[in-house]
Design a protein around this ligand. Sequence first.
Ligand SMILES: [Zn+2]
Length: 243
Amino acid sequence: MTEALFQDDAYLAECSARIVHCDQRGIELDRTVFYAASGGQAGDSGALVLPDGSEIRIADTRKGEAPGQLLHIRDASFASEGALPAAGTPVRAAIDWPRRYRMMRLHTCMHLLCAVVPAAVSGGGITPERAHLDFDIDMERLRKDEIEAKLNALIAAGHPVVPRWISDEELAARPELVRTMSVKPPLGSGRVRLLDIAGVDLQPCGGTHVRNSGEIGPVAVTRIRNEGRRNKRVIVAFASERA
Ligand SMILES: [Zn+2]
């Protein structure tokens, strides 16, 4: 089980850690700041810096087969270089922070989008460049300009964004909290992480977020697309980069 430091502090860009296991599938650490791809958010990239100063480039982070296991995936173009480090080796684990921070901003924006569109969420994805949610809703009810204006108003209002934990039982008693049909909240560990944007959105989420909606900055709804009967996709990007 990897201690997932990003769950309590998404702003940690690096940490010290030790290698627990290392093979061709990936590198497991005792603790990490690397977010493993899940819930639609892409995994982190970055580097593991060894005691001699050399770096192992990490292209992606994924969940392993064991519960709570996170695997740092080596960049294939560097993977053949050097021997794999031994278990117990200390490393400095550093994520590509600018890339992650963009995903934190867009991910938090997806929570605002949930609040703006009154429908069940049937899918989603977050990359550093853009993010989307799919809604089970009629196309006619999705108006691009209206959604964009509402999102930017919520962003400009500077709402605090606060993670907190509740028990599995508390969540089971409040099924209305689960907005996403495609991603089940991670039950089984006894507690579930909730993301609370007071008065705006409250739902289980294990992703990384900014502390205040104002950090997202102006966004644009770049497209609304029909992806199937129950999937009407709303795609959002940073307004300054609107193509
Ligand atoms: Zn989230």
